[in-house]
Design a binder for this molecule. Structure first.
Ligand SMILES: *[C@@H]1O[C@H](CO)[C@@H](O)[C@H](O)[C@H]1NC(C)=O
Ligand SMILES: *[C@@H]1O[C@H](CO)[C@@H](O)[C@H](O)[C@H]1NC(C)=O
Ligand SMILES: *[C@@H]1O[C@H](CO)[C@@H](O)[C@H](O)[C@H]1NC(C)=O
Ligand SMILES: *[C@@H]1O[C@H](CO)[C@@H](O)[C@H](O)[C@H]1NC(C)=O
Ligand SMILES: *[C@@H]1O[C@H](CO)[C@@H](O)[C@H](O)[C@H]1NC(C)=O
Ligand SMILES: *[C@@H]1O[C@H](CO)[C@@H](O)[C@H](O)[C@H]1NC(C)=O
Ligand SMILES: *[C@@H]1O[C@H](CO)[C@@H](O)[C@H](O)[C@H]1NC(C)=O
Ligand SMILES: *[C@@H]1O[C@H](CO)[C@@H](O)[C@H](O)[C@H]1NC(C)=O
Ligand SMILES: *[C@@H]1O[C@H](CO)[C@@H](O)[C@H](O)[C@H]1NC(C)=O
Ligand SMILES: *[C@@H]1O[C@H](CO)[C@@H](O)[C@H](O)[C@H]1NC(C)=O
Ligand SMILES: *[C@@H]1O[C@H](CO)[C@@H](O)[C@H](O)[C@H]1NC(C)=O
Ligand SMILES: *[C@@H]1O[C@H](CO)[C@@H](O)[C@H](O)[C@H]1NC(C)=O
Length: 443
């Protein structure tokens, strides 16, 4: 093949990240020579619109340090052989030109971390070979163009942190190849699109903080490949669908800060790979289902701020042997802290604050929970002495035991807890001068 000459000619522009890929393609066919001439001119035009290039990225081969400012020239549409257009982490502003739609060979479009502030070009559907679109962290406005739905090879659509509105278009259900969909941090509004049974390949769904309303549909159970479902900080109401148990590969489930009511479905216990689970700040009732103890992969479990209406902490929680962080603060829980909890030696953060728990603390806590960093039990009705073995929890930074009924002689050697920065044991029944003195220490 005699396509080597044009490649040499182009080498002085090849520092533009995307050209590197066009060269790779041009090696594969001689037909491309004419195209390369067009590419060459296009690159010069594109370069002429870039106003600031402080690291000289355009004049060197290096593409690691790029910080280009300016707008993206419509001439980019002439780079017809481009497979990858990667201009992330720069300061491009203005519109993504409609001409991008002429890049029919394009597979990867990365324009994330820029200042593009117009609509996503509808013409993007012309890039029918696109597999990945990364437009996150811009200031894009308008709605997600329906035209994206014709991209039958698309598996990655990342639009997070923009200003997109107009809901999640139902027609996107037609992209059955989709594996990752992220729209978090866009004020999209609207309800959950009725498309889930079509997204059979979906693995990750991020829609945190999207002002979504309505219910979480039962069809969610069809997404058997889903590993992450993030719907936190929206206005979802009604119940958590029991059918969620169909998402048998789920590892992360974030439903916090919504308006969910009803019980925590015991069917969630079938999610045997669940690792991070947050239901914080909803309006859930009916206690904590003992079945959840079956999820031995669980590392973070938060129910904080739900009026669980009089549940106890089930003994089976002690089966969650991977648990590192637990937050059941402000859940109206009563009863005692089950001894099984003290068996979870990986625990780092425990908050059971602001409940109605009674009974004492396990005396050998320092031996069984050696990794504790934060231990918050304030605002309960716990009683008895503080176990001396707390002196052995040398990683402790935060010990909040205020407003309980703890009493007795203080035997904890606080001088041993060298990482501590907040101790609060005020509002208890110690009645000693010593206890009053350390009732609130901020070290
Ligand atoms: C690329 O960067 C490296 C490390 O900063 C530098 O040593 C090298 O000279 C650069 N190459 C060009 C062509 O600028
Ligand atoms: C490149 O693109 C521009 C704008 O789309 C067009 O006007 C021009 O004719 C093209 N140049 C070549 C060499 O194709
Ligand atoms: C963007 O650039 C910053 C600073 O150079 C770097 O820390 C960050 O990892 C980059 N992000 C992406 C997505 O490339
Ligand atoms: C939009 O895409 C079509 C199809 O790829 C193309 O023919 C047309 O020139 C594009 N429009 C612009 C403004 O580039
Ligand atoms: C979605 O795909 C279906 C079947 O592939 C097709 O019949 C339908 O027209 C498509 N919807 C739209 C709005 O393109
Ligand atoms: C959320 O949607 C409601 C309409 O349902 C609208 O009134 C409100 O302004 C939206 N909030 C944001 C932050 O976009
Ligand atoms: C519930 O999920 C199962 C798959 O786990 C599915 O077959 C069934 O149709 C779903 N029910 C609804 C109402 O979507
Ligand atoms: C929670 O639900 C109760 C009744 O079910 C209702 O009175 C209350 O206003 C709800 N709280 C919130 C914060 O939505
Ligand atoms: C889950 O736990 C419940 C009660 O804790 C138990 O009855 C049930 O058999 C367990 N299910 C599985 C699948 O392990
Ligand atoms: C703690 O674990 C040990 C051994 O793993 C077990 O024998 C014991 O019953 C557990 N204690 C509680 C209270 O669950
Ligand atoms: C702290 O741990 C050591 C070593 O395991 C043990 O000998 C000591 O009794 C413990 N201290 C307290 C107060 O429990
Ligand atoms: C202080 O901590 C060390 C290290 O864990 C331990 O060996 C020692 O016994 C502790 N002292 C007391 C009084 O518990």
């Amino acid at each position: 093949m005699n396509s080597k000459n044009p490649i040499v000619n182009l080498s002085s522009f090849s520092s533009i990240h995307f050209l590197f890929y066009s060269l790779v393609i041009s090696l594969s066919s001689t037909v491309i020579c004419g195209g390369i001439e067009t590419d060459h001119e296009a690159l010069l035009k594109i370069k002429s619109l870039i106003t600031r290039d402080p690291y000289g990225a355009l004049t060197s081969w290096n593409d690691s340090l790029h910080l280009w400012e300016g707008s993206l020239s419509p001439h980019v549409g002439n780079l017809s052989f481009l497979r990858t257009l990667s201009l992330g982490n720069n300061s491009f502003h203005g519109a993504i030109p409609q001409e991008v739609g002429r890049l029919s060979r394009l597979r990867y479009l990365y324009l994330y971390v820029n200042k593009f502030n117009k609509v996503i070009p509808t013409n993007i559907s012309g890039c029918f070979n696109l597999e990945e679109i990364g437009l996150s962290n811009n200031e894009l406005v308008g709605s997600i163009p329906k035209e994206i739905s014709s991209l039958t090879k698309l598996n990655f659509l990342s639009l997070f942190n923009n200003k997109l509105t107009g809901g999640i278009p139902t027609i996107l259900g037609n992209i059955t190849s989709l594996e990752l969909f992220s729209v978090r941090g866009n004020p999209l509004g609207g309800s959950f699109p009725n498309i889930l049974s079509q997204w059979k390949n979906l693995r990750e769904f991020y829609a945190r903080g999207c002002n979504l309303t309505g219910t979480i549909p039962h069809e969610i159970g069809h997404l058997s490949r889903l590993t992450v479902l993030s719907l936190a900080i929206n206005k979802f109401c009604w119940v958590i669908p029991t059918n969620l148990s169909g998402c048998s590969n789920l590892e992360e489930l974030y439903l916090s800060h919504n308006e969910l009511v009803g019980n925590i479905p015991k069917e969630i216990s079938f999610l045997s790979k669940l690792t991070y689970f947050s239901l914080e700040n909803n309006n859930l009732t009916g206690g904590i289902p003992p079945h959840l103890g079956n999820i031995t992969s669980m590392e973070m479990f938060s129910l904080k701020g739900n009026p669980l209406l009089g549940g106890t902490i089930p003994d089976t929680l002690g089966l969650m042997e991977s648990l590192k962080e637990i937050d059941f603060g402000g859940c109206n829980l009563y009863g005692t802290i089950p001894n099984s909890l003290y068996n979870l030696s990986l625990l780092v953060d425990i908050s059971l604050a602001d409940n109605q728990l009674t009974g004492g603390l396990y005396s050998a806590i320092g031996a069984t929970l050696p990794n504790l960093v934060s231990f918050q039990l304030w605002g309960n009705k716990l009683s008895g002495p503080l176990p001396a073995s707390i002196s052995n929890c040398t990683s402790l930074k935060l010990l909040e035991l205020a407003k309980n009924k703890f009493s007795g002689h203080l035997t904890v050697d606080f001088s041993n807890l060298t990482n501590m920065y907040i101790i609060n044991i005020g509002g208890n029944l110690f009645g000693s001068k010593e206890a009053d003195e350390i009732s609130l220490l901020i070290l």
